[in-house]
Design a protein around this ligand. Structure first.
Ligand code: ADP
Ligand code: ZN
Length: 523
């Protein structure tokens, strides 16, 4: 079977330059407004991803973007990262060597620079102001915009010059800060925008009308058909991991009497456009798609989004479910996941061309999603806390609806980890479960695994129950399939304290109870 996966359209820069597969909450709208040349004030929590909101527009617009920031080390980091990604960026700060400054001036004079980072002190110099007037600045981006506030503790007097600069150049300005209080906002508007209200992005990330739910995959086709059957006649999207699956699932939905079509990056542009137009105009159409579908789709009344396969990252998940319920009316989501998804996503990361740091970051983003999938309490709290926002239990997710019961799974997990250790981390879950359950398969006998001390130490659980244990272990990132050894499970550092008895692990009771309908211990 071909594992053709698609990328979201419309933002090749996001992937190619920045290495992200989806926008974080809020980013897309801000990027659109800044690129369009609007004056913007964006308030995002620290770590929310502000820099992308001016870096990406800088690449989409003609001319130079001037970035003002008080944090020299941070500017240097960003410039280095941009240069490594092949973007012409430079910084004029007091931290520069003479050669660096020389090189930046040269690049400016040659008209080569896309992003010029400057410390605010530079604005005091006539030479720098003159230069900015000459070089075709098309956008001013101000990081840490609250530094313009005279009453705040981060006040930087030179920030007051930014307003003059904007007027002198007559170009749009985008201001960013994590400080959200009303007074600071008003001061920013006064000082940077001369009192003329910019387009403000202050909305929190929460989309309270979207119901969040995850399900363990047992028969995905039946599960998705069941979900759709309960929502017949409503517009919805089913996301699949492969192109082939979109076609098969769309056909299955049609057989059940739904109006459904498939959509993926392998289709002719014209056929894709037909689906996009139908989806926008018709009520009750289901589109079964890869992630190629969605960017730029802004249908307000999408009533549900289902994932037949686990998305790539927590960002991708948020973005995809976020297409539902833009009108504010209740919308529902269901995300299915299983061990095969985890294996596939990990191997996609490991087999990709990305440099090692980026791969590590991709694993971390996948881990965050798995943590959400295996969450034991309110999903929205978990999701929002990842994006830096605190929240109360939401009352609108599957875990708030039906709190899960947990049990101390430390013993089970330790048995599984010992089985992995005793077999030198060379086997996948299937064989390990045979060992734990004391099943004498040919392979067990051939490898003499029936002689291991762990052989048969886990008879209390049926096969499906052990599968649930292994899946939750992957969700907790205690074990990872080794892509070079056909998914052999290897322990991560997080497993060691559990193995040594220094840490415990809670597991979900429901997955253990319902994972297998056969009796737990066979006669
Ligand atoms: P802020 O300036 O808001 O504190 P940054 O711009 O430094 O945040 O971004 C914080 C982190 O989030 C960085 O490590 C960045 O690589 C990451 N990040 C930003 N946008 C995305 C995205 N769309 N997908 C995944 N990671 C992102
Ligand atoms: Zn909740």
């Amino acid at each position: 079977m071909t594992q053709t996966t698609d990328l979201p359209q419309a933002t090749p820069l996001l992937r190619d330059i920045f290495g992200f597969d989806a926008f974080r909450p809020g980013q897309e709208e801000i990027v659109d407004a800044v690129t369009a040349g609007e004056n913007v004030l964006a308030i995002m929590p620290t770590g929310g991803g502000k820099s992308l909101c001016f870096q990406l527009p800088a690449l989409m617009r003609d001319g130079v973007t001037v970035v003002i920031s008080p944090l020299i080390a941070l500017m240097r980091d960003q410039v280095r990262a941009l240069q490594e990604a092949g973007v012409a960026a430079g910084a004029l700060t007091s931290g520069n060597t003479e050669e660096e400054t020389e090189a930046v001036w040269e690049a400016i004079e040659a008209g080569r620079l896309k992003l010029l980072y400057m410390a605010p002190e530079r604005l005091a110099s006539g030479a720098a102001m003159g230069m900015l007037r000459r070089i075709g600045v098309s956008l001013i981006a101000v990081d840490e915009a609250h530094c313009v506030s005279q009453w705040g503790h981060d006040f930087r007097p030179d920030y007051l010059r930014i307003g003059e600069l904007r007027q002198a150049l007559g170009v749009p300005l985008a201001a960013f800060t994590a400080t959200a209080d009303q007074e600071t906002q008003e001061e920013i508007v006064q000082k940077l925008f001369d009192g003329q209200a910019p387009r403000a992005f202050l909305r929190g990330f929460d989309r309270p009308n979207i119901h969040l739910a995850f399900g363990t995959k047992d028969s995905p086709r039946r599960q998705i058909l069941g979900f759709a059957a309960a929502r017949k006649g409503q517009s919805g999207i089913v996301y699949c991991g492969t192109r082939a699956k979109t076609e098969a699932l769309a056909a299955a939905l049609r057989e059940e009497g739904h109006v459904a079509c498939h959509y993926h990056g392998g289709m002719e542009a014209e056929d894709r456009r037909i689906v996009e137009t139908r989806f926008a105009r018709e009520d009750g159409l289901i589109v079964v798609a890869t992630v190629a579908f969605g960017m730029g789709i802004d249908k307000p009344d999408i009533r549900w989004v289902a994932h037949a396969d686990l998305p790539k990252s927590i960002e991708a998940y948020y973005q995809e479910i976020g297409r539902a319920g833009r009108d504010g009316a209740p919308a529902e989501t269901l995300t299915l996941f299983g061990p095969e998804d985890i294996r596939l996503r990990r191997s996609q990361i490991d087999e990709g061309m990305a440099p090692p740091e980026r791969r590590a970051a991709d694993h971390a983003r996948l881990n965050a999603l798995l943590g959400l999938a295996e969450a034991l309490k309110c999903r929205r709290q978990n999701l929002l806390s990842y994006f830096g926002e605190a929240a109360e239990p939401c009352g609108n997710c599957d875990l708030c609806d039906n709190p899960v019961e947990v049990f101390d799974g430390t013993t089970a997990v330790r048995k599984a980890l010992s089985a992995i250790l005793r077999t030198q981390e060379t086997y996948g879950a299937g064989h390990l479960i045979d060992i734990l359950r004391g099943t004498e398969t040919d392979r067990v006998r051939a490898k003499r695994h029936d002689e291991l001390s762990v052989f048969g130490c886990g008879k209390e659980y049926a096969k499906g129950q052990w599968q649930a244990v292994f899946r939750q272990m992957m969700g907790h990132d205690l074990v990872r399939p080794d892509p070079e050894r056909h998914g052999a499970l290897r322990m991560t550092d997080a497993a060691l304290p559990v193995l040594r008895g220094e840490a415990g692990i809670e597991l979900r009771k429901d997955t253990i109870k319902t994972a297998d309908r056969r009796p737990a211990v066979k006669a």
